[in-house]
Design a protein around this ligand. Structure first.
Ligand SMILES: [Zn+2]
Length: 235
């Protein structure tokens, strides 16, 4: 019994040491990155500190395998980023709406990209009937996408194929959700250089697939979603 307890203590210590090492690795990794940047350009951080003017807003999944900058070979300052589980764009999410509003109206980005990825755990979880806790409420947004496209998805028998098709449909619906917001609709009234896109990252190849659902104006909006600011002013 004594030996068993001792073994357990050693194992816990090992885990704690490994945790500390992986934590410290982040800080040493940062110092290494800073040194590399300064070596290439001694004024790099002076320039970076002056401000940002990214041309793109990236709304992606929180999955650790799909970081916006690395995947698109862009540098700090080039992409404004919002990420959440399964890249959901909900009109009741103040976080997403605040990011979108700031990106569109202050930073004046020209491209808003919803970037999903094949094999998305959030989408796969939404396809199951298990309870995961609080996140079930978030995943409901994806179940709603399923319901909209159930005629197509119900016919797919292979689970991986079904998950990946729902990943694509989810990106399309979330991009469409962005177009329904007053933020995007009002911006389109003021300028013609704002586009909303839908992309998929194929983690198995690293390549991005453009779903070709790019929208640069309100034509695709169903009548029910059209919001007229002049009508508001009458009241
Ligand atoms: Zn994901």
């Amino acid at each position: 019994m004594k030996t068993e307890n001792k073994k357990e203590v050693v194992t816990t210590t090992d885990i704690k040491l490994a945790q500390k090492e992986s934590y410290n690795a982040l800080l040493s990794g940062n110092r290494q990155w800073v040194n590399e940047q300064l070596k290439a350009d001694p004024d790099y951080f002076k320039k970076l500190a002056k401000g940002q003017s990214p041309g793109v807003l990236w709304i992606g999944c929180s999955d650790s395998r799909v970081p916006a900058n690395q995947i698109t070979s862009t540098k700090p300052g080039e992409v404004f980023v919002h990420r959440n589980i399964a890249n959901v764009c909900s009109h009741s999410d103040m976080n997403m709406l605040s990011v979108l509003d700031y990106a569109v109206n202050v930073l004046k980005v020209k491209h808003v990209i919803v970037a999903g990825h094949y094999g998305c755990g959030g989408v796969a979880a939404a396809l199951s009937h298990k309870q995961f806790g609080l996140i079930d409420n978030w995943l409901r947004h994806i179940k709603d996408v399923y319901r909209l496209h159930s005629h197509e998805l119900d016919r797919i028998t292979d689970n991986e194929t079904k998950v990946n098709r729902l990943v694509e449909l989810n990106v399309m619906e979330q991009a469409y959700n962005l177009c329904k917001t007053t933020i995007i609709q009002n911006a389109w009234k003021e300028r013609s250089d704002l586009e909303v896109h839908g992309w998929i990252i194929d983690i198995k190849s690293g390549l991005i697939k453009d779903l070709k659902v790019t929208t640069g104006g309100p034509d695709i909006l169903g009548y029910v979603y059209e919001l007229n600011s002049e009508e508001l002013a009458v009241h």
